[in-house]
Structure formats: structure tokens, C-alpha cells
Write a protein that binds this ligand. Structure first.
Ligand code: MG
Ligand code: ZN
Length: 177
């Protein structure tokens, strides 16, 4: 198949929504500044939007799969108000050894059909943890890292291709090229 599509792989917590440790209730859902606008810009630029999220809180018993699904339904509904349609939301519910928890790239298996025509070299992963960068490297996409309490530049073992202050700044940079 010709690889004519491009995709943005997106971390969820701390990238799309404000990271509130473990969001199990839609009342705690707050978008990062201008995140819906950013996603709309990327969608309009022709990128598939694929969320790749570690939700180990499920196996840890902090919240249930149904809680997460309610949160995702809320995310989809709120984004729809901005004209955004996410192409897929892949998640890893595990905390122990598994093949899908970022920085591993096993979550790609959940979106195999969707990425069959995606040129990974023209695609990106954006997140707020080093594990997101690690995922991106394994997926062979370009990587962007957002500031968070989880990393500092001196201690990074894997360097992203791009540092940006937010998903919105990322969208501005990517779509102005
Ligand atoms: Mg995150
Ligand atoms: Zn997993």
C-alpha cells in the first residue's frame, strides 16, 4: 500500500488534558490550553489523530475500564464541539510486564489498520514524558516533548526531535511548515 497518509500520535494526560494523576471522573477533565484548537489545526492539515495512552490505573484498581470509557466518551463529545474527530484511542490498562505500556510500542497493534497507509517518517508522537519519546522512536516517527514535572533536560536519556511548550505550539509549528 502507498504510504500517503500522515498521523499525529498523542499522549493523553498532560498533553490533551491537564494531568490530574488519574482521571476517573469527567468532572476532573480539563483540556490543556487550546488543545481542541490544536487538534483541529492538525486534523485540518490532514493528519490522522491517534491517542496512545497508558492507563495503568485500571490494573492498579484506581479506576475501572468503564470509568476510562466514560472519560473517553466525554473527550470525544467535547472535541466534537470544536469539529475534532479522533481517529482512534489506544490504551494500555496494565501496570505489570506487558507489550503495550509506553515506552514500548505494542499499542501500535491496536491501530494497525489505521496506520497501514501512514508514512511514519512524516508523522509525530507528542507527549509530556520520556516514555512518549521512547514510544515515538520505536514507532519510527518524529518526537516532540512538552514540559512536565516528569522530566528535566539534563536527565533525559532519549532526546526528542522537538521541544514545545504545548500541543498548541506544536500544532502551530507543524502546520506552518
Ligand atoms: Mg502524559
Ligand atoms: Zn499494556
Amino acid at each position: 500500500m502507498n504510504k500517503t497518509s500522515r498521523a499525529i500520535f498523542l499522549d493523553r494526560d498532560g498533553t490533551i488534558n491537564v494531568d490530574d494523576d488519574s482521571i476517573s471522573n469527567i468532572d476532573n477533565w480539563v483540556f490543556c490550553d487550546k488543545a481542541p484548537e490544536a487538534l483541529k489545526m492538525l486534523q485540518d492539515a490532514g493528519y490522522k489523530l491517534i491517542v496512545i495512552t497508558n492507563q495503568g490505573g485500571i490494573d492498579a484498581g484506581k479506576y475501572t475500564l468503564e470509568d476510562m470509557q466514560r472519560v473517553h466518551a466525554h473527550m470525544h463529545a467535547e472535541l466534537a464541539k470544536s469539529g475534532v474527530k479522533l481517529d482512534a484511542v489506544a490504551y494500555c490498562p496494565h501496570i505489570d510486564e506487558c507489550e503495550c505500556r509506553k515506552p514500548k510500542a505494542g499499542m501500535l497493534d491496536q491501530v494497525r489498520d489505521l496506520i497501514a497507509d501512514v508514512d511514519m517518517s512524516q508523522s509525530w508522537m507528542i507527549g509530556d514524558k520520556e516514555a512518549d519519546v521512547g514510544f515515538g522512536k520505536k514507532a519510527k516517527v518524529q518526537t516532540a516533548l512538552i514540559p512536565s514535572r516528569y522530566w528535566d533536560k539534563e536527565r533525559l536519556l532519549i532526546e526528542p526531535d522537538l521541544y514545545v511548550d504545548s500541543l498548541y505550539e506544536f500544532a502551530q509549528q507543524i502546520t506552518s511548515k
